[in-house]
Design a protein around this ligand. Structure first.
Ligand code: RTP
Ligand code: MG
Length: 137
């Protein structure tokens, strides 16, 4: 089943020079391709759309502060079962719970600064790709 997913390399990944490392892990998966990519600094309005499900939660404001603190790399990744697959490569939200070998397990420090976002379902992927790459069909 070929799918597309929306991936963000968060500001901590960019600041720590981990863009190449993380994209490398994604590209080394046989059959997965990066099909769109843009580096940009996110504003509150786009983060409100992207993280709509978290508005009102105690971690929302610090999350928006962090996510707008520097540029991110937004990408569309396409391939076999890529939605579940990139989440697997990333590891659990909290880096302390993430196993070595996963991106968050190898490089994560605190729960907010966990390096990567990846869509969590087909529905989220479609919604999030529209936010970041409105020109894609
Ligand atoms: P993401 O949406 O970024 O791919 O991460 P996720 O699905 O693994 O985690 P989610 O529950 O959607 O949370 C979104 C992001 O908010 C930050 N967060 N901080 N308790 C906290 O301080 C807390 N909980 C979540 C993380 O950056 C998380 O990735
Ligand atoms: Mg999420």
């Amino acid at each position: 089943m070929t799918q597309r997913t929306l991936v963000l390399l968060k500001p901590d990944a960019v600041r720590r020079h981990l863009i190449g490392e993380i994209i490398g892990r994604i590209e080394r998966k046989a059959g997965w391709s990066v099909t769109a990519l843009e580096m940009r600094t996110l504003d509150r309005a786009i983060l409100e759309q992207h993280y709509a499900e978290h508005i009102g939660r105690p971690f929302y404001e610090p999350l928006v502060e962090f996510m707008s603190s520097g540029p991110v790399v937004a990408m569309v990744v396409e391939g076999e079962r890529v939605i579940e697959g990139v989440r697997q490569l990333a590891g659990p939200t909290d880096p302390i719970a993430a196993a070595p070998g996963s991106i968050r397990g190898d490089y994560g420090t605190i729960v907010r600064e966990n390096l990567i976002h990846a869509s969590d379902s087909e529905e989220s992927a479609i919604r999030e790709m529209k936010i970041f790459f409105p020109g894609l069909s």
